[in-house]
Design a protein. Sequence first.
Length: 496
Amino acid sequence: MDLLQQRRKGRFVQSVIPGVVGLAILVALTVTAPAGDAVAREAKSGAVSVPAPVVAYVPSSFTDLAEHLKPGVVNIRTTKIVSGGDMYPFGTPFRGSPFDRFFGGEDFFKRFFGDRPGREYRQRSLGSGFVISSDGYIFTNNHVIERAEEILVRLSDGNEYRATVKGSDRNTDIALLKIEADGDLPVVTLGTSSELRVGEWVMAIGNPFGLSQTVTVGIVSATGRVIGAGPYDDFIQTDASINPGNSGGPLFNMAGEVVGINTAIVAQGQGIGFAIPIDMAKEILPALKKEGRVTRGWLGISVQDVTAEISESLGLKSTEGVLVAHAFEGDPAAAAGIKSGDVIVSIDGRPIKDTQELLRVVASIPVGTKVPLGVIRQGVEKKFTVTVKERPDPDAMAFTERSEDRFGMTVQPITADMAQHFGLTDTSGVIITAVDPAGKAAEAGIRTADIIVSVNNARIDSIQDYHEALTRADEHKSLLLLIKRDDTRFFVVIKP
């Protein structure tokens, strides 16, 4: 029985010895939490429950584990041509970092606030990845290789190969690469992230700041984190040190299995890193291999979580479920009879707790499938049958939803990237992406990047709310807008 098999059977337990070099082999210890006499007496009376046995993992060294896992981890270097180099006169923040997507940068402003002329320059980025098959398939982050003209993969033995992108998915930030190496490659074992427990030891191996084959350890700080990186956020939070360059690298459990793909950090914090659950990557792997992209289900609704106040006002028994804010005309939900104000509590027989769960469940349903939708409408449970369609491309949606109005300003929904860049806590409202200098909006003092929070005292949560508010407004009367700019809010009046 080898070392990893013994670990999986719980025979080996580990703890960190201070210092640079760890020498001891991994030792196991199983501990049963004792109950004191007083607690035992209370337990017999039914006042408290006796703690269940727990397994205490006390690492004495990570050396054997790190040595075994390093060969399956790779370093990734990319080169891409970027234009508009004069947008930041003193240099783009985090330029060359695979974490550009989370910190912002020139591309952010190009996508949402218009292109600006400037020189072209060659941008180099660093990242990590791991080999999942001996014939050269590699998992990494999409943001590591996105728009790259050249991708070089360096193995732990120093050999370097050009890689091709076999598939990528921006929604989950996962990409699949392929290299043609000489002979079979060392591979990692993919674990099961759903079995992770908070407090469990984990190890990250990657290429932070270009320092290859760096090993860091920590614990699982939390699971199921939503950080606004995308519609399917379900991150593992860890305090294992993760830095720019770790992106795309593996997060291992103590059995030597990959449980996550290191993806993001909190720039202002320390010991707060996030990894994509490996279960999510395994789920989309067949589609990435076969089609090069992931096709997801779509209902065509705008939803929000059910708060305690909403639950009380609607006479619901709990806060589980999602409230339909808008059912888009012509899309599956509206065609099935779903209306604004409905509360979705189940889909295809699976209970729905919140919006994130709804997104994940719907995304996993094959396009064209007819599924039952459980809804509470005005206190009465109803059933509807919805035919799931393919989810539109997010970028296409963002640009087609831009709207230039009669006041000389262009608005669009606030995406997760925008919220991340501006430090917004939510994506409600609409953001102004262009202002005509000769228009009424400019005359009223409105600027690009202002956020419209309300129109004529009607709250704006989405682009649909904004359109509806303008439709209701009298063209011959002034328009009252509540604007959010940085940390301040103020009213603006646009004259007819």
